[in-house]
Ligand binder design. Structure first.
Ligand code: NAD
Length: 362
């Protein structure tokens, strides 16, 4: 398996492989860039079909974190960790502590947090081995804790901005929204959407998560293989990535796509395919930055929840500017966002790179 020739390798600064037979830990940490500060990004635990799939995921996700942190104006670079799940190595305190030691061995160049398959309780265990971790519950009104409600808030506000740009109004009253995946983020998003009067269609492969949302808001359930093609105004992907492709895009009926999932486009060209279909796409790493904003403020120990709220509320402004630039320049929104992120990183690379210790306050 080649790394330097890998299609998703984009001059990542470093890639670290961890294998600890005594705990069953198999993990990869990819540091995409530290130009803006230490590489921050969550840890995903997933059952990959192969090591190669895990490498592809971590390379894409870590670069996405570089872009996300840059566009969100945070003093952090981009990184990501994946833990390869299998039956022989269930998630155990020993395994999570081994992951914590792996993070610690990088000396603060990478800061971890929750992602798919990793909970706040897991992060508490990781914290026993390293301080380079965020997403832990805080006391009082300090910023921090589970990032998913903040991600959901940013997605909700961004979705309204996208509705305004494409449907002509940011009122969601009576607007049909399909939510793919009602896990941590999808659950909170459904509550916000229902409160705003949206009519919800949902799908998930996890019955427990479906029941949890159906118990608190009215939803219509459809099969997981139908949700992307539901007859709705807006599609909010909140499960996994690689869902918008040459195969799926022709069948999508929604006019707006605005959701939390990372790496929604299978390839860059899918942004153009969406434009050709008249579908407005809210670039994933711009709209889903609420969680990382909360994690960043917690890590820097600089702010209260109100500050996070203010920063997350800026997400729709950024999206509105991206939508306007895309329209003016006749380019897909994903390319406008990528160019913006690359410019911010390039400007920072011309200066002195930040070191972890100069950035950390707590
Ligand atoms: P989660 O694991 O809690 O929820 C994901 C949900 O999607 C689960 O309920 C799962 O069963 C469901 N799912 C998986 N495959 C599916 C399929 N094919 N069809 C329908 N449902 C399916 O994860 P989360 O924290 O809610 O994150 C959701 C997405 O948002 C991920 O892509 C994640 O990387 C991204 N994201 C999350 C955050 C955050 O703060 N948690 C921040 C930024 C981005």
């Amino acid at each position: 398996m080649s790394v330097f020739e890998h299609p998703e390798f984009d001059h990542h600064e470093s890639i670290h492989f961890f294998d600890e037979p005594s705990t069953g830990l198999k993990a990869i940490i990819a540091i995409s860039s530290t130009a803006l500060g230490p590489a921050a990004g969550g840890c995903r635990r997933w059952r990959y079909l192969s090591d190669a799939d895990a490498l592809t995921d971590v390379l894409r996700l870590s670069r996405g974190m570089t872009y996300k942190n840059a566009v969100a104006g945070l003093p952090f670079g981009g990184g990501k960790a994946v833990i390869l799940a299998d039956d022989a190595s269930p998630k155990s305190p020993q395994l999570l502590r081994a992951f914590g030691r792996a993070v610690d061995s990088l000396g603060g160049r990478y800061i971890t947090a929750e992602d798919v398959g990793i909970t706040v309780d897991d992060i508490r265990i990781v914290r026993q081995e390293t301080t380079y971790v965020t997403g832990l519950p805080q006391s009082g009104e300090d910023a921090g804790g589970d990032p998913s409600p903040w991600t959901a808030m940013g997605v909700f506000l961004g979705l309204k901005a996208a509705a305004k740009a494409r449907l002509g109004s940011d009122s969601l009253d009576g607007v049909k929204v399909a939510v793919q995946g009602v896990g941590n983020v999808g659950f909170h998003l459904c509550k916000l959407l229902a409160d705003a009067g949206a009519s919800l269609v949902v799908a998930d492969i996890n019955r427990e998560n479906l029941n949890r949302v159906a118990n608190i808001v009215p939803v219509t359930e459809v099969a997981p293989n139908e949700i992307l093609f539901a007859d709705v105004d807006i599609l909010a992907p909140c499960a996994l990535g690689n869902i918008l492709s040459a195969q799926t895009i022709p069948q999508i009926k929604a006019r707006v796509i605005a959701g939390a999932a990372n790496n929604q486009l299978s390839a860059e060209i899918d942004g153009e395919r969406l434009v050709e279909r008249g579908i407005l796409y809210a670039p994933d790493y711009v709209i889903n930055a609420g969680g990382v904003i909360s994690c960043a403020r917690e890590y820097l120990a600089r702010s209260l929840e109100d500050q996070v709220r203010i920063e997350v509320s800026r997400i729709p402004e950024r999206l509105t500017k991206i939508f306007a630039d895309a329209e003016r320049l006749n380019r897909p929104t994903n390319k406008i966002a990528d160019d913006l992120a690359r410019r911010i990183v390039a400007n920072a690379s011309n200066g002195t790179p930040a070191t972890p210790d100069t950035r950390r306050i707590a």
